[in-house]
Design a protein around this ligand. Structure first.
Ligand code: ATP
Length: 515
């Protein structure tokens, strides 16, 4: 059969194919245009975000500047007012003392000054009228008026200060309630002042001394300038429960943690821990930087540990109905080993005995043979701590020469209730020590841990562990004590205050310590 090819049909087919190709291309063009529009939109969004970022940064800077300005203005205004008041007061006192007092009624005026309240210049006229029939003298009135004015100014100033204090206190209370609602761990941040050794390290990193890397923007916000050589500065904002600026004193810092000590007497364990980069001021905050010549008790430069000891004994003296016993232990954690700095046992010349750490079946970490010294006053606590704290491992770092290279844990154990109950607890503790010498006992120590990281066994009797003063609260913070089991129900109520000064990391490459 002959093959017949219709040319028209071939052309029609080719046209159809070409039309199909054309349609596909049109569709592709449409797709690409849509993608282009989406990319344009994204670009616009990114630009908007970038702009907003710049605006936020500018606002943060502006806020900081405004705060500084307001602070300066308030401080200088207060200073001027104080100087004015003091000057006027001195002048008045000098004039009055250099003058004989021939007017017996002037003494009445002093009484009036105390009882009438806010007497200013305006009050002089009625007083003058009152005195004129008897005295008819004008100069003393001027002086008195001046004195009243000074007194009124002083009172105003005091009232202002009081209002300011009350407002701050109210804000703190609301804040604390909020924090309580949020959880039992509070994180405060302290920014120390710039010190001479900072200038040296700044210059090695190419930062000028006028660059403040960390700024306490408000009571709870901190601005950190992240500076890296050759890169633009990035501002980061961090929020804490409380931010202490460089101007905040040791007292101001302690006031924030002081209420926790009341919790200790209410039956809660408390742990206050200082954490931070080397040279950031942990030891200064926890122990203080007191010179040897200073009186140990009333020193404002004392840190949280001495102040907490004073406060604890003050609180105890306010509850004489209960008998309280305070015991102190000082532990150094260095190179994964625990050293009992108060230990007296052993003939070794190395101070501080290495102790084992065990973990009970209930997951509580213990240092069973830790030394606890009974103390009766805050100076006694400090004498013990000061006596052994010099044993702490130290080594110069790139930041400062007296860097502590170990963690320090000071524990104050408070036992309340009758002396009989305390004696029972001691008997339980000695029974526990006997148990520890049983040959079949396995325990977890830092050395075992190195050999086998998963080994965490103990055969310690849980009831004795609960009664022992050496049982550590497993989680730091403001957590309730374990409730006594039936076997130790007579044991005294025991709570712990742990004060921890950690060793700082040497993170100096990133200024500000926020890597
Ligand atoms: N708020 C502060 N006011 C004045 N000086 C301070 C303040 N904080 C720290 N310093 C001083 O800074 C230096 C370093 O402080 P400190 O020894 O407390 O640091 P650190 O964090 O304990 O360091 P490390 O972890 O290396 O032991 C000390 O000379 C200390 O007196």
């Amino acid at each position: 059969m002959p093959l017949f090819i219709n040319q028209d049909q071939i052309f029609a087919h080719q046209v159809h194919l070409l039309e199909h190709k054309l349609r596909s291309k049109d569709e592709r063009i449409l797709e690409l245009e849509t993608e282009k529009a989406i990319l344009h939109l994204r670009l616009a969004e990114c630009l908007g975000r970038l702009r907003r970022g710049h605006e936020e940064e500018a606002m943060a800077q502006k806020l900081l500047q405004q705060q500084r300005k307001t602070q300066n203005i308030t401080q200088s205004a207060l200073g001027k007012l104080l100087v004015e008041v003091q000057d006027s007061n001195t002048n008045v006192q000098a004039s009055l003392s250099s003058m004989p007092n021939p007017y017996p009624l002037l003494n009445d005026l002093y009484v009036l000054k105390g009882s009438t309240g806010n007497l200013g210049f305006g009050s002089v006229t009625p007083l003058r009228c009152f005195l004129r029939p008897q005295c008819c003298i004008s100069d003393p009135f001027v002086l008195l008026g001046l004195q009243f004015h000074v007194a009124a100014l002083k009172r105003d100033l005091e009232e202002e200060k009081e209002r300011c204090r009350a407002e701050k206190q109210r804000r703190r209370e609301i804040h604390n309630t909020l924090v309580e609602l949020r959880g039992n761990i509070r994180v405060h941040c302290r920014v120390r002042p710039v010190l001479p050794f900072d200038q040296i390290h700044s210059s090695t990193l190419g930062i000028t001394s006028s660059d403040e890397v960390i700024n306490a923007v408000s009571d709870d916000t901190m601005l950190v300038k992240c500076i890296k050589n050759g890169n633009p500065i990035i501002n980061k904002v961090f929020e804490f429960e409380r931010v202490h600026g460089p101007e905040d004193s040791q007292n101001a810092v302690f006031e924030e943690v002081k209420p926790l000590l009341t919790s200790l007497l209410d039956g809660y364990n408390v742990c206050i821990m200082a954490y931070g980069q080397t040279g950031s001021g942990k030891t200064h905050t926890m122990m203080g930087s007191q010179g040897p010549s200073r009186a140990p008790q009333m020193d404002e430069q004392q840190g949280i540990i001495p102040k907490a000891a004073v406060e604890l004994f003050r609180l105890i003296s306010e509850t004489p109905s209960e008998s309280h016993v305070v015991e102190v232990s000082v532990v150094e954690v260095y190179n994964n080993e625990v050293f009992d700095l108060l230990s007296h046992d052993g003939e070794s010349s190395t101070p501080g005995q290495c102790r084992d750490v065990i973990t009970t079946a209930s997951g509580i970490s213990e240092v069973p043979s830790l030394t606890y010294e009974r103390v009766k006053s805050a100076p006694e606590v400090m004498q013990l701590i000061q006596g052994v704290v010099k044993l702490r491992a130290r080594c110069p770092t790139l930041v400062h020469t007296h860097s502590s290279r170990s963690h320090l844990v000071v524990t104050l154990t408070l036992s309340s209730k009758s002396p009989h109950a305390l004696a029972l607890a001691r008997r339980l503790q000695s029974a526990k020590r006997e148990l520890q010498h049983c040959p079949q006992r396995e325990f977890w120590s830092p050395r075992c841990r190195r050999a086998n990281p998963t080994t965490r066994h103990t055969s310690t009797d849980q009831s004795t562990a609960l009664a022992s003063p050496s049982s550590l609260c497993s989680s730091p913070g403001h957590s309730p004590c374990p409730s006594p089991r039936s076997g130790v129900s007579q044991a005294p109520n025991r709570t712990r205050l742990q004060l921890v000064d950690l060793a700082g990391s040497e993170c100096v490459g990133e200024v500000g310590g926020f890597c």
